[in-house]
Design a protein around this ligand. Sequence first.
Ligand SMILES: Nc1ncnc2c1ncn2[C@@H]1O[C@H](COP(=O)(O)OP(=O)(O)OP(=O)(O)O)[C@@H](O)[C@H]1O
Ligand SMILES: [Mg+2]
Length: 182
Amino acid sequence: MGGAFRHPSQIHIAELSNSLLKVQVITLNIDSQSAENTQAIGRALGESAQPGFVYLLSGELGVGKTTLTQGILNGLQSPEQVRSPTFVLATEYSGCLPLYHIDLYRIDSESELLELGLDEYFEGDGVSVVEWADKAADQLPDEHLSIRLEHFDENSRLLHLRATSSGYRDAMDAVRSISLNA
Ligand SMILES: Nc1ncnc2c1ncn2[C@@H]1O[C@H](COP(=O)(O)OP(=O)(O)OP(=O)(O)O)[C@@H](O)[C@H]1O
Ligand SMILES: [Mg+2]
């Protein structure tokens, strides 16, 4: 007997929702000429964040992930400063929404990752920001906005934004419409 997914109409629905998902992917590439520019991009992301938003950050050491996170926290109107303590993998900050800052750099096993319980953050009412998100590829929510940062030169970075849900359209528009003064 074929399983439920063998039914032709269900296969059709699966294909349709795949093609809809593709339509909903929104991308934006943006140059940042300074740490202040990167913070301004973060601020726009913080100001337009909604409960449950997930921002996934990737890019090599020192590229600006924490700098971007500081901007997001400022955009949430928090007076706090983002810290990167050596042994703490997740820190909660308060703002007009809570910010869950998760840094996976020091994660080196699947069991450590499971212990961290990422789902609790993603299902919370705050905004999750994950540094080194690529280390948790299997445990990330389907709906998110990813930001891949690349070194261009000493003070320039390329930021590649990609949203997998139309819920992030306003945040993308907010980033697109800021004017950056180098
Ligand atoms: N355009 C830029 N955007 C962001 N940071 C910049 C830029 N130009 C220079 N910098 C500097 O690069 C450094 C970025 O450090 P930051 O801690 O944000 O990186 P990170 O990606 O979080 O590193 P790590 O992988 O160690 O967590 C800071 O010293 C910042 O001042
Ligand atoms: Mg960092």
